[in-house]
Design a protein around this ligand. Sequence first.
Ligand code: FAD
Length: 486
Amino acid sequence: MSEPIKSITIVGGGTAGWMAALILQSNFGDLTRPDAKMKITLIESPNVPTVGVGEATVPNMLRTLRMAGISEQDFFKTCNASFKLGVLFANWNVDRNGKQIDYVNPFAHPQVIAGVDLADYYLQYGAGKHDFIQCFSPAVALGEAFKGPRPLGEKAYAMPVGHAYHLDAGRFANMIRDICKSRGVQHIEEDVVHVEQDENGYVSALQLAETGRHETELVIDCTGFKGLIINEVMKEPFISYSNFLANDRAMAVQIPHPDPTKLPSLTRSYALGAGWVWRVPLYNRIGTGYVYSSAHRTDEEARDEFIAHLGDTWNGVEPRVIPMRVGRNRNAWVKNVVAVGLSGGFIEPLESTAIHMIDMSIRWLASYFPDKSYPDPLRDRYNKLTSKLYDEVRDFICLHYALGNRTDSQYWIDAREELEVPDRLAENLELWRYAVPGPLDLETEVLFSYATYQAVLLGKQVYNTDYPAPSFRRNGNLPANLWQGY
Ligand code: FAD
C-alpha cells in the first residue's frame, strides 16, 4: 500500500524557498490545524545571503497572490510594488537607416480581429509608417503617459489591460515568510552543514549547525546558484547554455527616481556594448543592473560602462557583481530531491521569467505530488515539463540576440554570428522569413505565445530590414485566418 509523504523540507529562504512554501501551504491548507496532513519546514542559512535581485514579474503573479489569499493593496504597500505593462527594449536594433529602434513587448498583445491576424494586417497596411505594438496594444501609450493598467477605483486584481508587477525582492520574501509562518510553516534559521543519504541515495536527513539531525522525506533544494543538494550531493549534471547565451555576469545597484512624480510602468532593457541594462521602477526607488559577457568585458570595464550609462542618476553606490550560472539541471527532480529556483537553473533575466518558473515548478510538483514510493512516471513527467520550460525560455531569449542587427561592437556581432541557435528556434527563424509567427509554429507555449514572437520580430522591424516580406504582401492577398477554431 502506498504510504503518504507527511513532511516537506525546503532548504533556502530566498524568493524560491518562500514561494515554494506559500504555494505548497496553500495546497495543503492551514498547517496549524491539529488534523493537518502535512508538515512543511523551511531551513535557511543566517550566513548565506539571498541573491537580492529579481524584482520584475510576469502576469501569473496576480494568480499566485490571489490564490494565496493576499490582498493586492497589502502587497503594494509592503513590497513598494508598481505596475508593469511589459518590457521596453531600447537600442537593441537599428532600422534600415541605421537609427536605433525602441520597441515594447507588452503583456496586452494584439490579437486576431474578424479572422485577420493583426500582424498580417499591419505588414500589409502599416509597416514602415507606425510601430506595430503602438497600433494594437494600449501598453505603449499607457507606458509613455506613466499610467497603470486600470482606472482608480477598479477592483483589486482586475486586469482590463494585461499587466504584472515590479516588487522589492527582499520585502516580498519577508512578506510571504510572515504569511507562511502564520499558516503553520516551520522556520529554522541554521546552516545545513551535511546531507545524509540512505542506501538508495535518497536524502534521509540534514545536519544543522546547531540543532543537529533533521530527518527528511521530500526535500526541495532552493539553495541558489550552488545547488547545494541537487548538484553537490545528488551529483545531477548541470547543462550549461553558454553555447547559446554569452552573458554570465551581472552587476546591480539601487538608485533614486530622477523624477519621483513619474513612475514608469514598463521594465526597461537598454542594450549596451557587451550586454544590456535592466531598469525596474519600484514605488520608492529604481533597481538597475548590467547583464554582460565576461568574454567581452572585465568587471572593471563593465562597471565603468554601466556607471557612464547611469550618468547623473548614479548615487555613488558601487554596483554589486553577481556571477550567473546559466543553464539547467539535466533533471530538476532526482530521487526525493526537487531543485527549484536558481538551484534548478537560470536564464538571464531579459524577460523576467525566473519567478514565474519557480511558480510553475511548484504547481507542477503539487499536481504530480508523490507518495513515499516516488513513482517514476510522476518524476519523469515533472522533469519533462520543467526541462521544456527552461528550453522554451532559452529559445525566446536567444531570439532577441539572433535577430539583433547591431554591428558597432564585437559582442553584438558574436551574439548573432558565433553563438548557436537552438534547433527549434533555428527552424522557426527560417519559417518566419516567409510568414509571421503563428499559433501552429510552437510545440509548447507555457509562457511565450506566438504573439510574443510577433512582437519581437515586428518590433525589431525585421521585415523592413533583413527578411523578405512574407509572401502575401507580394501577391496582395491578406490570408483568411485558418487558425481560428484550433
Ligand atoms: P537565493 O536568493 O540565492 O537564495 C538561496 C537561499 O539558500 C538563501 O536563503 C541562503 O541562505 C540559502 N542557503 C544557501 N546555502 C545554505 C545552507 N548551507 N544551509 C541553509 N540555507 C542555505 N527573476 C525574475 O523573475 N525577475 C527578474 O527581474 C529577475 N532579475 C534577476 C537579475 C539577476 C542579475 C539575477 C542573477 C537573477 C534575477 N532573477 C529574476 C532571478 C531571481 O532573482 C531568482 O530566481 C530568485 O531570487 C530566486 O532565488 P533563489 O531563492 O533560488 O536563490
